[in-house]
Design a protein around this ligand. Sequence first.
Ligand code: SAH
Length: 469
Amino acid sequence: MDIIGLTHDGEGVGRADGFTLFVQGALPGEKVKAQVMKTKKQYGYARLEAILEESPDRLQPPCAIYDKCGGCQLQHLDYAAQLEWKRQHVVDSLRRIGKLHIQGEEQGDLLATGTASSIEEGGIKVMPTIGMDEPWRYRNKAAVPVGVSGFDGGLIAGFYERGSHRIIDMDDCLIQHRENDEMIRVVKQIARELRVKPYNEETGEGILRHVMVRVGVVTGEKMVVLITNSSRLPRQPEWIEHLRAALPGLKSIVHNVNERNTNVIFGDETRVVWGSEVIYDELDGIRFAISARSFYQVNPTQTVSLYRKALEYAALTGTENVIDAYCGIGTISLFLARSAGRVYGVEIVPEAIEDAKRNAELNGIGNAEFEAGPAEVVIPRWRKEGIQADVIVVDPPRKGCDPELLDTILKMQPERVVYVSCNPSTLARDLRILEDGGYRTVEVTPVDMFPHTVHVESVALLVRDGTDR
Ligand code: SAH
């Protein structure tokens, strides 16, 4: 069977007798032998059995558990090809979902007609993906489920197996900072020594559910969060003693209570068991306090590239009013505040807004204000109160912007909108709405925040029609 493409989930797309088959592990350009596993009317799934002709972009994945682990999907693809695939993913989504024109792309549906009518000249410029020089050991945060070994009943922690809820014990993850791997190893060791019962997802019994660890890559500060199915942390004094002894640089131990029978990681109750409520990190010379429940980008090197691109797109001269919607702990807000008149940040998680206010103060930035609440409620109210915006930056979660927010942006008529997105599908959908409302998408830059995974981050610049770039 010939493999002719790669899906957005990283599966090879095969064609056999006019039928489409998805083959995990196969790459475009390859000829493979695959066993059909499951079929639907239009397509099916097949298991890769042998590669008859190899793609020149195929690599031996360096990770020992890559075949089983569900964490990475593209380790078998050369990094330069990953970057090109991510750019193409953005282009495809903008065209198919957003019905947008892309500069330099062939017009017309190549797959449907087999011929391209012409090369697009106007339209959106989609830049090459900004990649990493060293695309390994980049993650500053790990959250792993804890469970019972099917082998000897002991405590394990690691990743869910691809497509299942079986936990694979893991000590070495090549996309994690070494400090995170070490923190997880230490937590497992202590849990075993203290005979803490691992949580069992099926029966709902046991105590320790998840471990989350985070490291400030610039500062070296470390946080350990233990998530348990109990209102108290059993053997708390021993936990504190052992963790402190084993982990230099540890600044914070946090306990979160999740007694619900769900696979959501965190429960509502969070308390500091030892040390500080936050750890600190630095991005491009700005210091950030980060608490356990706050969102903070996981790849600091690429975060700086992303924020610099967002800043470039905002084209600030020092006087502008800027709104940063979905601001988290105020990272983008403070980046922009250095070059803006005033910045207003809004974010739904109250702890993150506390961090954002603290971060403004910490960096002596006096022209940024923050408010906790849904962006789609707070920004319309700001508008009624007379706040105007020259630039609006949005950085929503995967589901994209709320329609109410997009509507408010159209009413506020900022000169520029900078859209940071972790999901090309919802980016495309929202750009279409903004285009229909009088904005023009000028440029999109994908930034590789998550090497070796299928996740695609990008930043887009839109200008109000009639404005020069
Ligand atoms: N710009 C930040 C955070 C981006 S992640 C950064 O780069 O670090 C998206 C953020 O949106 C998360 O912090 C999440 O808590 C927040 N969020 C989710 N839904 C929201 C809503 N309806 N209104 C405001 N913030 C929301």
